[in-house]
Design a protein around this ligand. Structure first.
Ligand code: NOJ
Length: 705
């Protein structure tokens, strides 16, 4: 901790009573406790509130400042894709869609815009980004991740954290980022939300901690502990993870907040604590600084210290971490700091959301049917083609955490149908059916308009009821009657374009085989529909790349590309009743032009790699050049392929560029059986190309001494 900050922290701690310290470690949900109780907590010196906005937040701040110590409150909110719990804010695509852009600058800008809008309400802190890996698509929160890969996740994390926190935390439009959920939440067994993650410490260091390390390196001010557990120890009670790893090894200097009720759940869900005292002691001693929505921490912590069962220094340390962040962001000098209220949903911010939506569109199949021509008569079919709630998915004002499904959607937004109508006069729409069977389903009506069209665009996917916390799915097939309708549409024998507007991969092998083109849109936010239509009509050339593999079948999961080698991972290895490999691989994505790779070189001394990429088609396009490696022989099993770098290049038709990468030795490291990150000398394979698929990669072998 910086000297000057430490001196201020020590001075504050010296003046605080035990009760004031315990209160500082509490984060209260305004929404759940209501105004009166919340005001009491503010006066008692609570450290933070979540879900308090606008005038409510101001009133609470005033109450906190009038308390004996007058320590300002921190206000946190889930602004995970724009400040989208506010119905007038800019709604961005989900993190998963944003990761499909592979564009760090666009993702940084997403963070910047979000920060400005959150700060415009006088709030200070977003519980974002989510850095768990989505290696099992059955998990309900895949939409909130940057996909399955630790490297891509870490790069995107650093970008969005820089966006949130800006150049200086003291700026009134900077907000605190929160790296969550620490860690391996996405790896819970069977993708059952918040359950145990069957991993070891070595594997944690190898796979799950690296994105969090990048968050620390990017200066991320706060971390949130995960709900689950690892090897019998809840993450909330894991001092190895919170102290040894996070603070000592990774160098984190901010503060740690638990997830919702995590302290209490040590007792009520995980049964490692019998009483609130046991739970409070476990959570505090393990290294959690702030308890989200576990108010009983207050009384229990005070009595634990008074009875000599817990050292007061435990509280001092935690409160010190919290106060240091408050000091760093200048909250004491400027407790009512606020950004510019006029920026909420302003045109420049909407442009940023449209940009991410466009860049996220990933074309994974096209036999030449796309781009469409506005003179073609198009039948757009499917509930998700004209349902802003489904298009938004989770974490907006319709859904979590302040759900209001009946709320009237606030313009501007553009559904897929509206996007098509804006670009062509020859568009008809019919709902047909959606992800949830309902009385409105009318397959015949959809077939009627399809019969009369030149091209059919079937928009399929999932909707809010199938997405989010504790909404894991055992079955990833298209739900409701969507598959049945798709089959009937295909039987008409017309060109068929399938658009997946969903929170995550669905198993669409059959649908893809019947389609002339497949577009993956995920949840594209307010302009997601416009982006789909523009991609389909070729207004822009799609450049998205999948940040996650698409399984053929839920029973094939996991199919992430960076698997460990073994009998099941050779070129021909497969389940005997499924094709080998995924339907669509990590990094995959087409455009309306083609790129050719040649001349891969690697200087084994300088570790400078080069490759030449040519746009061999007749449209300008953006290629994402992906760099993977494999350690050919290693003391522990290492992945068959691992992403270690990527770069985007814009190429005119016929244009050729040499793309170079300065790699370094540690890029080729592994975590050995002693849990040390090392580079083991020997043979390596460097692979550069268009996607993680072998057929897309140029390869060269080299030796590290
Ligand atoms: C629980 C979720 O797991 C977490 O991601 C979120 O930030 C908190 N609730 C607050 O809403």
């Amino acid at each position: 901790m910086e000297k000057e900050i430490k001196a201020r922290v020590d001075s504050l701690l010296g003046q605080m009573t035990l009760e004031e310290k315990a209160a500082q470690m509490i984060q209260v949900s305004f929404r759940h406790l209501g105004r009166e109780k919340s005001l009491e907590w503010a006066k008692r010196g609570a450290g933070s509130f979540l879900f308090a906005m606008g005038e409510d937040a101001k009133e609470l701040q005033q109450a906190a400042l009038s308390s004996r110590m007058g320590i300002p409150l921190l206000f946190g909110i889930d602004a995970v894709r724009g400040h989208s719990v506010n119905d007038h804010a800019t709604v961005f695509p989900t993190q998963l869609a944003a990761a499909s852009t592979w564009d760090k600058e666009a993702v940084r800008e997403m963070g910047r815009v979000t920060a400005k809008e959150v700060a415009s309400e006088g709030l200070h802190w977003t519980f974002s980004p989510l850095l768990c890996l989505a290696r099992d698509p059955r998990w309900g929160r895949v939409d909130e991740t940057f996909g399955e890969d630790p490297y891509l996740t870490g790069e995107m994390a650093a970008a969005i954290i820089h966006g949130y926190q800006g150049d200086d935390l003291r700026n009134s439009d900077s907000i605190l980022a929160c790296a969550k959920h620490y860690f391996a939440y996405g790896e819970a067994v069977g993708a059952r939300d918040a359950c145990d993650s069957e991993i070891t410490r070595r594997k944690a260091k190898e796979v799950f901690l690296p994105p969090f390390q990048k968050a620390v390196n990017a200066g991320c001010a706060t971390f949130m502990t995960a709900y689950g557990s690892m090897d019998g120890t809840p993450f909330t009670a894991n001092s190895w993870a919170l102290k040894e790893m996070l603070r000592q090894e990774m160098g984190f200097e901010g503060f740690v907040v638990t997830d919702w009720g995590n302290m209490t759940s040590l007792m009520t869900q995980q049964f490692v604590a019998e009483t609130p005292e046991d739970a409070a002691k476990l959570a505090a001693e393990a290294g959690n600084d702030m308890m989200m929505s576990s108010e009983e921490f207050f009384d229990t912590a005070v009595s634990l210290v008074r009875s000599g069962k817990m050292a007061e220094s435990v509280l001092d340390e935690a409160v010190g971490h919290i106060l240091a962040v408050k000091i760093r962001m200048g909250l004491f000098e400027n407790p009512f700091r606020q950004g510019d209220p006029k920026c909420l949903g302003c045109p420049a911010h909407r442009d940023a959301a449209l940009n991410v939506a466009r860049e996220s569109i990933t074309l994974v199949r096209n036999d030449g049917v796309l781009p469409l021509n506005p003179t073609q008569k198009v039948a757009v079919i499917g509930a998700n083609g004209d349902d802003i709630r489904a298009q938004y998915g989770d974490w907006t004002y319709f859904s979590h955490p302040l759900p209001d499904p009946e709320k009237e959607p606030v313009r501007p937004y553009v559904t897929v149908k509206e996007g098509f109508e804006a670009l062509s006069k020859n568009v008809v729409y019919c709902r047909g059916c959606g992800p949830m069977p309902c009385a409105k389903d009318d397959l015949d009506a959809a077939l009627d308009i399809a019969r009369d069209a030149d091209v059919i665009v079937h928009v399929v996917g999932d909707m809010i009821d199938q997405v989010g916390e504790a909404k894991d799915r055992a079955n990833l097939d298209l739900s409701g009657r969507q598959s049945e309708l798709h089959e009937k549409l295909a039987a008409l024998g017309k060109p068929l374009v399938t658009v997946l507007l969903a929170s995550k991969p669905s198993t669409i092998t059959r649908e893809a085989a019947r389609s002339n083109a497949v577009v993956i849109a995920f949840n594209g936010g307010m302009f997601g529909g416009q982006a789909v239509a523009e991609a389909v009509y070729g207004v822009f050339n799609p450049s998205g790349r999948l940040p996650i593999s698409f399984p053929h079948h839920a029973g094939q999961v996991p199919v992430y590309y960076n698997a460990l080698p073994g009998w099941h991972f050779g070129p021909n290895a497969r389940y005997c009743d499924l094709p080998a490999g995924p339907l669509y691989a990590f990094g995959e994505g087409l455009s309306y032009t083609d790129f050719a790779y040649e001349d891969l070189t690697l200087d084994a001394d300088t570790l400078q790699a080069r490759v030449t990429v040519t746009n061999t088609g007749d449209r300008a396009g953006r290629e994402t050049v992906q760099v993977y490696f494999r350690d050919c022989v290693s003391s522990v099993l290492t992945p068959v392929k691992q992403l270690i770098a990527f770069r985007q290049v814009d190429l005119q038709p016929g244009e050729k560029k040499t793309v170079s990468f300065q790699l370094n030795r540690m890029d080729f490291s592994l975590v050995n059986a002693k849990e040390q990150r090392v580079v083991e000398p020997g043979k390596f394979l460097l692979m550069i190309g268009h996607s993680s698929k072998d057929a897309d990669l140029l390869k060269t072998e080299f030796t590290l001494s």
